[in-house]
Design a protein around this ligand. Structure first.
Ligand code: ATP
Ligand code: MG
Length: 408
C-alpha cells in the first residue's frame, strides 16, 4: 500500500515536473514569439517609413524635374528613355515611353552620338545643335550602379536668345570699330600733313585744324552715343520724371543747334504753346530733341526745320497715326532730302543709315542717334515714327510724350 502510494507520488511529482518543464518551454517560446512579433512590427513600421520616404523622394524628384528650366532626359543603356521632363517634351515633342528610343524621338544624330560616347565612359564637352529654328545646348553625364555605367542623364537648354545676343554684341563691336577707324584715319592723315610742313603754311594750317576738330567732334559724339546706349540698355539710368514746360526744353535744345542752322542758312522755328507741360526725364528728352533736330539740319540744304507740338484735343490723327488723350505729339519737320518710304521702318535700327553714298557731303554719323531716341521715347511709354512730307520735300519725325495731367 505504502509502495503504491510512493509510486503514485512519484508519478504525480514526475507529471508536475513535466508540466513545469512544458510551462517553462511554453513561456520561453511565447517570449521568443513576442520578440519576433515586436521585431516584425518594428520592421513593418520601418518599411512603411521607408515607403513614405521613397514616395516623398519620388515626388520631390518629379517636382525637381518639372521645375527645371532645362530639358532633362534619362537614356538607358539600350537607348530607351526612362524619364523626360516637360521642358524636354516641349523641345522635342511628346512621346510614348514604352516604344521610343532617343534617336527615334529627337531625330538628332549628334545627340545620339553624345549619349553613345558617354555610355562608353568618355567625358564629353557641351554640344550645340539646331532643332527646328532653335539653337540647343546639351550636356551628358553618366549614371553608375556598382561602378558600371547603366544610363546617361542629358540636360538640354534652349540657347537661341543667348546666341542672338552674343551675335548682336559681335555685330555692335564690329560696327563700332568700323566707325572709329574712319575719323581716326582722317586724324592721322591730317596730323601727318601738318607735321610734314603744312603747319608753317598760314593759309592751310587753320583749315586742317578745323577739319581735325570736326573729326574729334565725330569721335566724341560716338563715345557719348555708345555710353548712352549702354546706360539705357543696362537699366542703370532710371527715369527721373518731373513736370516740365515743353516749350522750354525745345527752345533750349534748338538754341544749342542754331549756329549749325545759321551756317547752312536754314530757318529754325519752334511752334509750341507755352502752356503745354510734359512729365519726362528732362536730360533724356533733351537728347531726343538734339538727335532729331541735328538730323533735320544735317539732311537739309534749303528751307528749314520746324518743331511743333499739339495736344490731341479733338484731333486724334497725327501723320498717319492716332494718338490717345493724355499724350502730346511733337513733330520735327524739315525740308531736306527726305527718306524713301521703304527705308522708313529701318531707320531706327542701330547703325542703320539710308544709302551711305548720300551721306557724302553731309556730316558723317554713326547711325545710333535714332536708335537712342527710340529707346528714350519708349522708356517714357511713348511712340516715335517718321513720315515723308507728301509732295513737299523733307521728313517729319513724330514722337509722343505723357502730359503732366496724368499724375494730377
Ligand atoms: P548719328 O545720329 O549716330 O550721328 P546718323 O545721323 O547717321 O548718325 P541716325 O540719327 O540714327 O544716324 O539716323 C539714321 C539715318 O536715317 C541717317 O543716316 C539718315 O540716312 C536717315 N535720316 C535720319 N534723319 C533724317 C532726316 N531728317 N532726313 C533725311 N534722312 C534722315
Ligand atoms: Mg543722327
Amino acid at each position: 500500500m505504502q509502495l503504491s502510494m510512493t509510486v503514485w507520488w512519484g508519478i504525480t511529482a514526475l507529471l508536475t515536473l513535466l508540466l513545469a518543464i512544458q510551462f517553462f518551454l511554453y513561456r520561453q517560446k511565447k517570449k521568443e514569439l513576442d520578440l519576433q512579433i515586436s521585431e516584425n512590427m518594428r520592421l513593418e513600421s520601418k518599411l512603411t517609413d521607408t515607403r513614405r520616404d521613397l514616395a516623398e523622394l519620388n515626388a520631390r524628384r518629379k517636382k525637381l524635374l518639372a521645375a527645371s528650366t532645362q530639358g532633362l532626359i534619362i537614356v538607358e543603356r539600350d537607348g530607351s528613355i526612362s524619364s523626360a521632363n516637360k521642358v524636354a517634351k516641349r523641345i522635342f515633342g511628346k512621346f510614348r515611353k514604352e516604344e521610343i528610343t532617343l534617336m527615334r524621338w529627337t531625330r538628332q544624330h549628334q545627340l545620339h552620338e553624345l549619349v553613345e560616347h558617354t555610355l562608353a565612359g568618355e567625358k564629353m564637352p557641351a554640344m550645340y545643335f539646331n532643332a527646328a529654328d532653335k539653337v540647343l545646348e546639351a550636356h551628358a553625364r553618366s549614371i553608375k550602379e556598382n561602378r558600371e555605367i547603366v544610363a546617361v542623364a542629358l540636360a538640354v537648354s534652349d540657347v537661341t536668345e543667348l546666341q542672338k545676343l552674343s551675335q548682336s554684341r559681335r555685330y555692335f563691336v564690329t560696327n563700332i570699330s568700323h566707325e572709329l577707324r574712319t575719323p581716326l584715319a582722317s586724324l592721322q592723315l591730317l596730323t601727318e600733313t601738318l607735321l610734314n610742313g603744312a603747319l608753317d603754311d598760314k593759309e592751310m594750317a587753320p583749315q586742317l585744324v578745323e577739319k581735325m576738330a570736326a573729326q574729334v567732334d565725330t569721335l566724341s559724339q560716338l563715345a557719348q552715343e555708345v555710353l548712352d546706349l549702354s546706360l539705357i540698355e543696362s537699366g542703370r539710368a532710371p527715369l527721373k520724371m518731373a513736370p516740365i514746360p515743353l516749350n522750354d526744353i525745345a527752345q533750349t535744345q534748338i538754341e544749342r543747334l542754331s549756329l549749325q542752322a545759321e551756317r547752312k542758312h536754314l530757318s529754325l522755328k519752334v511752334e509750341i504753346p507755352e502752356d503745354i507741360s510734359v512729365l519726362v526725364d528732362q536730360a533724356m528728352i533733351n537728347r531726343v530733341f538734339t538727335n532729331l533736330v541735328h538730323n533735320a539740319i544735317k539732311f537739309t540744304e534749303q528751307g528749314g526745320v520746324t518743331v511743333s507740338a499739339q495736344m490731341p484735343n479733338g484731333q486724334t490723327e497725327f501723320g498717319s497715326r492716332e494718338v490717345e488723350s493724355g499724350w502730346i505729339v511733337v513733330g520735327i519737320s524739315d525740308t531736306g532730302i527726305g527718306i524713301p518710304k521703304d527705308e522708313l521702318p529701318r531707320i531706327f535700327e542701330r547703325f542703320y543709315k539710308v544709302d551711305r553714298a548720300r551721306s557724302v557731303g553731309h556730316e558723317s554719323g554713326t547711325g545710333l542717334g535714332l536708335a537712342i531716341a527710340k529707346y528714350i521715347v519708349e522708356a517714357h511709354g511713348g511712340e516715335i515714327w517718321a513720315e515723308g512730307n507728301g509732295r513737299a520735300k523733307g521728313t517729319t519725325f513724330y514722337f509722343t510724350l505723357p502730359t503732366d495731367e496724368i499724375v494730377e
